[in-house]
Design a protein around this ligand. Structure first.
Ligand code: ZN
Length: 261
């Protein structure tokens, strides 16, 4: 009898394991590749690998532990512990905003929303980006954030620390679609890389590109600075795919696509 139960338990755990592996899943802030028919005109970002074409679908950070439906597929977004970061901002007017600053930040967030809502289909990125600044990663994507002890929205960008004046380059071909001097972001640049892939750069000390300008992969866009709400000079780099903030580190990891395909 005991032998039989044992056998049952072993087969049951085997079935559960098989199901776990069969389930389509991905990490929050990463992309899920969907095999598509080659040479068709897609409005979303696709990559070609070994003659096969894949559409890359962004997996939102906010949907951890949930399924998202893509076509006829259900994709499970795993739960992941990204750690936390606690920062202190000395200037309290940058933490508890005046009515005027509330209005200003709202207007600026609307400008950003509008900028990232459309993307060109005239050019396409290959999903392999250059690191925009030569520096140390000081805060990763997904960290829970506490500012002066109070919980804030998670850090859905990558911080690269480098001395003031270090050059920032465009990680891929694109078009500058927005430049501004914003409350949180300081001197700020947004670049459209086509097919829903958009990047933004915050806290610059100097911007050397103009709105509407086409820029090459590796071309300088400005210098690292500490404008806006910061604790020190760094680049706050955000990557959007179809308006979803994804983990910038997957774009500068040469083996990322090979790992998920
Ligand atoms: Zn940041």
């Amino acid at each position: 009898m005991l032998k039989k139960i044992n056998y049952l338990l072993i087969s049951l755990s085997f079935v559960i394991q098989i199901n776990l592996h069969a389930e389509l899943h991905g990490n929050p802030g990463e992309v899920f590749p969907i095999l598509v028919k080659p040479s068709k005109a897609y409005k979303n970002l696709t990559v070609k690998i070994d003659g096969s074409e894949y559409e890359l679908v962004a997996l939102p950070f906010s949907k951890q532990g949930q399924y998202i439906k893509i076509g006829d597929k259900n994709i499970y977004i795993t739960e992941k512990d990204f750690g936390e970061s606690r920062i202190t901002i000395q200037d309290s007017s940058k933490v508890t905003l005046s009515d005027k600053d509330v209005q200003r930040t709202y207007k600026e967030s609307q400008l950003i929303k509008k900028a990232i809502s459309t993307s060109s289909t005239q050019f396409k990125s290959n999903f392999k980006f250059l690191k925009p600044v030569d520096g140390l990663i000081s805060s990763r994507y997904g960290k829970k954030r506490y500012i002066n002890g109070l919980p804030r929205s998670p850090h859905l960008a990558l911080d690269i620390a480098a001395p003031e004046g270090t050059k920032i380059i465009s990680p891929g071909f694109g078009k500058v679609i927005l430049i501004g001097d914003f409350f949180y972001s300081g001197n700020y640049v947004v670049i459209d890389h086509g097919y829903g892939l958009i990047t933004s750069y915050s806290h610059l000390s100097k911007v050397v590109v103009k709105e509407g300008q086409l820029i090459d992969k590796g071309q300088k866009i400005g210098d690292v600075g500490s404008t806006g709400r910061v604790t020190g000079p760094h680049l706050h780099w955000t990557v959007y795919l179809n308006q979803i903030k994804i983990n910038p580190e997957i774009m500068i990891d040469e083996n990322y696509l090979d790992r998920i395909l």
